[in-house]
Design a protein around this ligand. Structure first.
Ligand code: C5P
Length: 232
């Protein structure tokens, strides 16, 4: 899969989500389904969106013992999504088990990417709550290397980390980056942001864009603007 724009469908229910997707008549954007929508609407929403022809990043961030993650990934794999994810802090054996679970009998599987450190965790809370005393950038790169060692396809990271991840893990290791805003748009609660064009220049493989598209007056035009800045 090449570079693409993924729309974060952070909606509370199926009706709002499908109503939003109805606006896209001539294109079928790549869609991210997160915990809120999945827990609210159930696996049926994944099937519905897939049936409409969209690619899906199912953002459920699994983190449990290897056996549980393996079996859960096998269930998600049957939903025929395109990208799944988990927490790299679950360790290499958990990530290896996840890959095993995700792989279908015919050898195909969705892409699997890892969350390194959540962007809501900073140096202070990482030290005080997790007792990790290394610099956060080093921890993020270490987790990315672990994901690569386990055989995963890439990581979710800040656009500001994407270049370094590619240096450390190779340019084929995928970087999926949220925190994207238009140069003339609202930042909202995101702190460290980049425009789609900057994300392209630093080598992000996929950008995840929520409110700049979902809250836009014309979401289709906003999506197309992202595509023209990031992909074209
Ligand atoms: O609306 P906005 O563009 O900020 O949405 C970004 C999306 O990416 C949300 O679904 C958010 O949960 C997700 N995300 C993020 N930062 C991370 C990981 C995921 O913003 N580090």
């Amino acid at each position: 899969m090449g570079k693409d724009v993924i729309i974060a469908c952070d909606f509370p229910n199926a009706e709002t989500t499908l109503e939003f997707l109805d606006k896209f008549t001539d294109v079928k954007p790549f869609v991210k389904i997160g915990m809120e929508l999945f827990y609210g609407a159930g696996p049926e929403i994944v099937r519905d969106i897939k049936f409409r022809g969209h690619k899906i990043f199912l953002d459920l961030k699994l983190h449990d013992i290897p056996n549980t993650v393996k079996k859960s990934m096998a269930v998600l794999s049957k939903l025929d999504v395109d990208i799944c994810n988990l927490h790299a802090s679950g360790t290499i054996p958990m990530m290896e088990a996840a890959l095993e679970g995700l792989t279908r009998p015919d050898g195909t599987r969705p892409l699997l990417i890892a969350v390194t450190q959540l962007t809501s965790t900073d140096q202070t809370t990482m030290e005080s709550d997790l007792l990790i005393n290394e610099p956060i950038d080093k921890v993020v790169m270490h987790y990315a290397k672990n994901a690569k060692k386990a055989g995963l396809d890439g990581v979710v990271c800040s656009p500001l980390e994407a270049e370094k991840v590619h240096e450390v893990c190779g340019k084929d290791f995928l970087t999926v980056t949220p925190g994207v805003r238009f140069a003339d748009g609202d930042i909202g609660d995101q702190k460290r942001v980049m425009t789609p064009k900057q994300a392209k220049l630093i080598g992000s493989d996929y950008i995840v864009v929520g409110r700049p598209i979902t809250a836009a007056e014309d979401p289709v035009a906003a999506y197309k603007r992202c595509v023209s800045e990031f992909v074209d």
